[in-house]
Design a protein around this ligand. Structure first.
Ligand code: PMV
Length: 325
């Protein structure tokens, strides 16, 4: 019998290096984390889309298929709804769709819950409709979904949710290379402040209009750092990698996207012996990451806590999107 429901999971992500510059044609490095988003997707006879997404406070959301993408869409339903609309337009099928999502991580962390749920839904539909899309085809639909909603973005989070592991990624998936990184000694601290990626991207755009040479130069420097870290990652040279992260943080400060709370957490971790630290993602809040040798790990965690950060226990390099049942 043909199956009409499936559960797919996809990992959250952490930007290691290259944020903001990656929106404008430069590379970044991203690792998938072992906290996952899950979506159970069911094809139904009725001509409706239904969504239950308790983590983002969406309950009993229901809409007729011809209305997909139209009218007011609650924030927590946007990505799933537009993903289904885009999938149906590219790979038509007649059924309605019922989706239930559940996340192992808070949508506040900036781990990419929207992108991960988009990827889960697109992969589930690809299986249920027997299209068996390639990773690149999944990427294209999920990335279009991000652009339809946000207007801009590199797609690094979508790639991370699909491929998993640690990726060297260039804007729009122009290059997606899986790096063999067995071990990455990361400590992750959450600032307690929710950042809005689009607001931060707009802020950087405004700065680029005011001082184009400063911003362009920062992007070029960030690009060089990403290339250097790419080499040091493979060599597992954590000390060098930490110093390059510190350089990246200085450039992010120049772009104006760090905030005092993140700066305090970063400084505290370095004082406690981290090789290096930086914010991860758009800035304005969310998380910071530090590269730390095992013998300093406890001290660094304590130091981040002492300035009001919360340690999020995650392992990097997690597997990409997969069918759970
Ligand atoms: O806010 P996050 O964790 O989704 O990271 C955004 C990173 C940016 O480079 C600013 C945007 C992007 O799409 O690459």
């Amino acid at each position: 019998m043909e199956r009409n429901n499936i559960t797919v999971s996809a990992p959250g992500k952490l930007m290691l290096l290259g944020e903001h510059a990656v929106v404008y044609g430069h590379p970044c490095l991203v690792t998938a984390v072992d906290q996952r988003m899950k979506a159970t997707v069911e094809l139904v006879d009725s001509s409706t889309f239904e969504l239950e997404a308790p983590d983002v406070k969406v309950h009993n959301y229901k809409k007729s298929l011809p209305e997909l993408g139209k009218g007011e869409i609650p924030k927590g339903a946007q990505f799933v709804e537009i993903a289904i609309k885009n999938f149906k337009e590219k790979y038509p099928f007649k059924d309605g769709v019922r989706v239930a999502t559940a996340s192992e991580f808070s949508s506040q962390f900036g781990f990419g819950s929207s992108s991960a749920s988009t990827v889960c839904v697109v992969k589930a539909l690809s299986e249920l409709t027997r299209k068996k899309l390639s990773n690149k085809e999944l990427f294209d639909i999920a990335y279009k979904t991000v652009l339809d909603i946000q207007g801009k973005g590199s797609g690094f989070d979508i790639a991370s949710a699909i491929w998993g592991g640690t990726l060297y990624f260039v804007t729009g998936g122009e290059k997606i290379e899986q790096l063999s990184v067995d071990n990455l000694p990361l400590v992750v601290g959450y600032s307690g402040i929710k950042a809005d990626t689009v607001t931060l991207m707009d802020q950087v755009l405004r700065k680029a209009k005011e001082t184009p040479e400063v911003v362009e130069n920062s992007y070029r420097e960030i690009h060089l750092l990403v290339e250097k870290v790419n080499v040091q990652l493979l060599k597992q040279n954590w000390k060098e990698l930490g110093e390059l992260m510190n350089e990246n943080q200085k450039l992010l400060n120049m772009l104006g996207v760090s905030i005092p709370k993140l700066d305090d957490m970063i400084a505290a971790s370095i004082r406690a012996g981290a090789y290096g630290a930086k914010l991860s993602g758009a800035g304005g809040g969310d998380c910071m990451i530090a590269i730390v040798s095992p013998n300093k790990e406890q001290e660094v965690k304590k130091a981040i806590g002492s300035v009001g950060g919360t340690i999020i226990p995650v392992s990097p390099n997690a597997p990409g999107a997969r069918i759970e049942k």
